[in-house]
Unconditional design. Structure first.
Length: 166
């Protein structure tokens, strides 16, 4: 899996380094694969300040530091929730960019009712606040985690290259 993520991450790293910008990551159903992909790049500390896996309410509270008011009405595996996390992780880590993934890897229905194989990926950066949804149609947890991470890094590369979103 990392061999698929590494070349995309290298492009992301080069783009961010050229701009003198950094990114923070809020992995969800990807379980850290977005971060792992970025960290395959030698010298990743030059563009990646860190992040974490938001996989529980406690983890979310500690990692993102959002107030109850900011979280009012927020539901996981939605565009608005992924966007909220992308902005929060960016701000919390003092980076120019934030990327967040909120998905349902499965198998079976997500506790909040989202279908298995659905992921929302959001990116927040200078003048950019975009999101995309991925649907695999699969119940395969590992395959979904991998597909979500690959989609997230591809989307980020495309946004940085001006080919998607901002």
């Amino acid at each position: 899996m990392l061999d698929q993520l590494a070349p995309i991450a290298a492009d992301i790293g080069a783009a961010l380094k050229a701009r003198g910008q950094k990114i923070a990551v809020a992995d969800g159903a990807t379980g850290g694969l977005i971060s792992a992909g970025l960290l395959t790049v030698p010298g990743a500390t030059g563009f990646c300040v860190g992040g974490g896996v938001v996989y529980s309410l406690q983890g979310r509270d500690i990692l993102l530091g959002l107030s109850r008011e900011e979280l009012r009405g927020a539901e996981s595996v939605t565009e608005s929730y992924a966007a909220l996390q992308a902005r929060a992780i960016r701000d919390r880590f003092g980076a120019e960019w934030g990327i967040a993934e909120s998905g349902s890897a499965g198998p079976g229905l997500h506790p909040r009712g989202a279908p298995t194989g659905r992921s929302w990926i959001a990116i927040a950066g200078p003048g950019v606040d975009v999101a995309t949804m991925v649907e695999t149609g699969s119940e395969d947890r590992i395959a979904n985690m991998q597909a979500f991470a690959l989609a997230a890094l591809t989307f980020l590369r495309d946004v940085l290259d001006g080919k998607a979103g901002g």
